[in-house]
Design a protein around this ligand. Structure first.
Ligand code: A2P
Length: 273
C-alpha cells in the first residue's frame, strides 16, 4: 500500500505510520464518522483525535465499523489542555477510552503545556503532575505510548528532568515556513518524534505562489508538496480533510522533493496567505 503503511519507530520500540488522518475541526456525527471511515477504507492506518475535538465518539465508531483489526490501527487522543493535575488526568483518560469505545489507545498526549485560555502561562507543576498520571496509564498498558503536544523546550525540559519516561512524541504545528527549528531540533536530539499538525497551515498555504511553483515542477498539488515536505523533515504528517478526493490526494505522496528544493522550502517564511 506504500506510503500509508510506512512507519517510524517510536522510542518505545513501537511503530507509527508516517501519515495520520487528522480530525481537528471535524464535527462529531456523520462528518467525523464518514471521513474517518473513508480514510480507513482508503488505507490510512493512523487516526489522530483529541478529547476537545468532541468527535471521539464518531471516530471510535468508524474504527469499529471499518472491520479492520484494532491492532492494525494506530490511534491517538489527548488530555485536554486545561487539566493540570494528577487525578483528573485519569478521569479524562477513562472518559476518552469509553467515548472511543476502545480498550487502549496507541498514544496519549498532554494537549498543550497551558490551557488555551492562558496560552503561554506557566503550568510546570501541573504538567509534571499530569505527566505522572500519563506514566501510570502507560504502565497499565492502556496507552501504549505517551507524549506531549505544543511543548516548547522549557516545557519539555521539565518533563525530562522530573519524569521517568521520555515522551514518545511532541505534536506541534509544523508546515513549510513554520518549522519551529529550536523545539524540533531539541525533540529530535532527545529521540522524541515530531508530529506535524496542520501540515497545510489549516489550508492557508494552499495559494502560496512559491510553494505552487515547486508543486508545478513535480506535477503535484500544493497540498502534496506540503505533506511530502513534512515527511522528508522526518516528522509524522497529520493532514485533515472531509473531502474524499483530498483524503486520497493527501496520501498520494510517494515522490521525492530533491535536496535543492527542500533547501528552498526550508528558507521560506510567512507562507500563510
Ligand atoms: P476540507 O476539510 O474541507 O476537506 P490542515 O491539515 O493543515 O489542518 O489543513 C486542513 C484544511 O485544508 C482543511 O480546510 C481542508 O479542507 C483543506 N485540505 C485538506 N487537504 C486538501 C487538499 N488536498 N487540497 C485542498 N485543500 C485541502
Amino acid at each position: 500500500m506504500g506510503i500509508l503503511t510506512d512507519t517510524y519507530t517510536l522510542n518505545t520500540g513501537a511503530t507509527i505510520p508516517k501519515i495520520g488522518f487528522g480530525t481537528w475541526q471535524i464535527p462529531n456525527g456523520d462528518e467525523a464518522y464518514n471521513a474517518t471511515l473513508f480514510a480507513l477504507k482508503s488505507g490510512y492506518r493512523h487516526i489522530d483525535t483529541a478529547r476537545v475535538y468532541g468527535n471521539e465518539e464518531s471516530v471510535g465508531k468508524a474504527i469499529r465499523d471499518s472491520g479492520i483489526a484494532r491492532e492494525e490501527i494506530f490511534l491517538t487522543t489527548k488530555l485536554p489542555a486545561d487539566v493540570k493535575n494528577y487525578e483528573e488526568a485519569f478521569e479524562k483518560f477513562e472518559t476518552s477510552i469509553k467515548t472511543l469505545g476502545v480498550d487502549y489507545v496507541d498514544l496519549y498526549l498532554i494537549h498543550a503545556p497551558w490551557p488555551w485560555s492562558d496560552r503561554g502561562g506557566d503550568y510546570t507543576e501541573g504538567n509534571i503532575a499530569a505527566w505522572k498520571a500519563l506514566e501510570e496509564i502507560n504502565k497499565s498498558g492502556r496507552a501504549k505510548a505517551v507524549g506531549v503536544s505544543n511543548f516548547a523546550v522549557k516545557d519539555l525540559q521539565a518533563i525530562l528532568d522530573n519524569g521517568t519516561i521520555v515522551p514518545a512524541v511532541n505534536q506541534i504545528r509544523f508546515f513549510i515556513g513554520s518549522t519551529e527549528e529550536d523545539i524540533t531540533q531539541f525533540s529530535q536530539d532527545h529521540d522524541i518524534l515530531i508530529e506535524a499538525y496542520s501540515p497545510l497551515a489549516t489550508g492557508r498555504i494552499l495559494n502560496n505562489p512559491e510553494v505552487k511553483k515547486i508543486a508545478d515542477k513535480y506535477g503535484k498539488t500544493v497540498a502534496q508538496v506540503c505533506i511530502r515536505y513534512t515527511l522528508q523533515r522526518g516528522t509524522v504528517s497529520l493532514p485533515k480533510s472531509t473531502h474524499e478526493e483530498y483524503i486520497l490526494q493527501n496520501a498520494a505522496v510517494d515522490f521525492e522533493i530533491d535536496a535543492e528544493d527542500m533547501e528552498y522550502l526550508n528558507g521560506l517564511q510567512d507562507t500563510e496567505v
